[in-house]
Design a protein. Structure first.
Length: 58
């Protein structure tokens, strides 16, 4: 009976760590997508401002 209890405990522990690992990967993916979107927005604003200056200066 003790062997079964240890097996169940190890299974629950493995399941817990697997869930945490998946949550970590998902979190990192969300952070990476947010950072890429922020970077793209900044670059787009700078390019748009440069185009505006060229049209206004000509």
């Amino acid at each position: 009976m003790i062997g079964l209890s240890v097996a169940v405990g190890r299974f629950v522990e493995a399941l817990f760590w697997a869930i945490l690992r998946v949550a970590g990967v998902v979190t990192m993916a969300v952070v990476a997508v947010a950072a890429a979107a922020l970077l793209a927005w900044i670059v787009a604003r700078k390019l748009w401002a440069r185009q505006r200056r060229r049209k206004g200066g000509s």
